[in-house]
Design a binder for this molecule. Structure first.
Ligand code: SAH
Length: 222
């Protein structure tokens, strides 16, 4: 991806500096993560009429009743994944493609699953326009994961489910990590689960959150 899409925004420099400053204040310290946020043109992933809000700390509707999470939320999930660059990552809920584009810069390969055809298609074309080549987008029910492509070093669930889908835990590599929002609608707990080197799982709660529904066989039944 070149820096050019970002550079085409009016006042791009100032808006971007403020955006990065806010992420830093919110505790995003990893320079690789900050660089990824500086380079992905968030404004090109949201409806044109809402573009002036692109770099504010707010979720934005992307159609089909879905939203792109606020940048700070994407940043905390990204930080929680502790990526070093060599990982294979599975993302559930491609949405706009924003989180996938960030992950693409911080991991070696991203498999992303979206259940709504129109979103999967527009995310794919945006990623192509940005020149992102290490993300594959699949249409389907992400709560089943992709056993045929497992194991994954990291799994990130970007929609809120009642509980952690069991198949996803099974598709984690030894010492892999899953991050996602789980619990009742409207107030989930952002959770991180690590798989031990010899199997076994350890979970921790990172914070409270409110995501759109994870809908599927191992999520909400609509
Ligand atoms: N990561 C996205 C966030 C989008 S919101 C971004 O950066 O923009 C969550 C997305 O999860 C929505 O697009 C929704 O359609 C999708 N989703 C919900 N349940 C799903 C499931 N079972 N499988 C795949 N995608 C799902």
């Amino acid at each position: 991806m070149s820096a050019s899409p970002m550079a085409t925004t009016p006042h791009a420099g100032k808006v971007r500096r403020r955006f990065l400053e806010r992420l830093k204040q919110a505790g995003v310290t990893d320079p690789r993560v900050l660089r990824a946020f500086a380079e992905v043109p968030r404004h090109l992933l949201i409806p044109e009429a809402l573009r002036d809000r692109a770099y504010q700390e707010t979720p934005i509707p992307i159609g089909e009743g879905q939203t792109i999470s606020a940048p700070g939320v994407v940043a905390s999930m990204t930080m929680a994944l502790q990526l070093e660059g060599h990982e294979r990552v599975l993302e559930i809920g491609t949405g706009s493609g924003y989180q996938a584009a960030i992950l693409a810069r911080l991991a070696s390969e991203v498999v992303s699953i979206e259940r709504i055809p129109r979103l999967a298609a527009s995310a794919r074309s945006a990623l192509d326009r940005f020149g992102v080549t290490n993300v594959v987008v699949f249409l389907g029910d992400g709560t089943r994961g992709r056993p045929d492509l497992a194991p994954f070093d990291r799994i990130v669930v970007t929609a809120g489910g009642p509980e952690i889908p069991r198949p996803l835990l099974e598709q984690l590599s030894p010492e892999g990590m899953l991050v996602g929002p789980f619990g009742p609608r409207g107030h989930q707990k952002l959770t991180r689960v690590r798989r031990g080197p010899n199997g076994g799982f350890k979970g921790e709660v990172l914070g409270e959150c409110d995501f759109v529904d994870l809908i599927g066989q191992n999520g909400w039944q609509r």
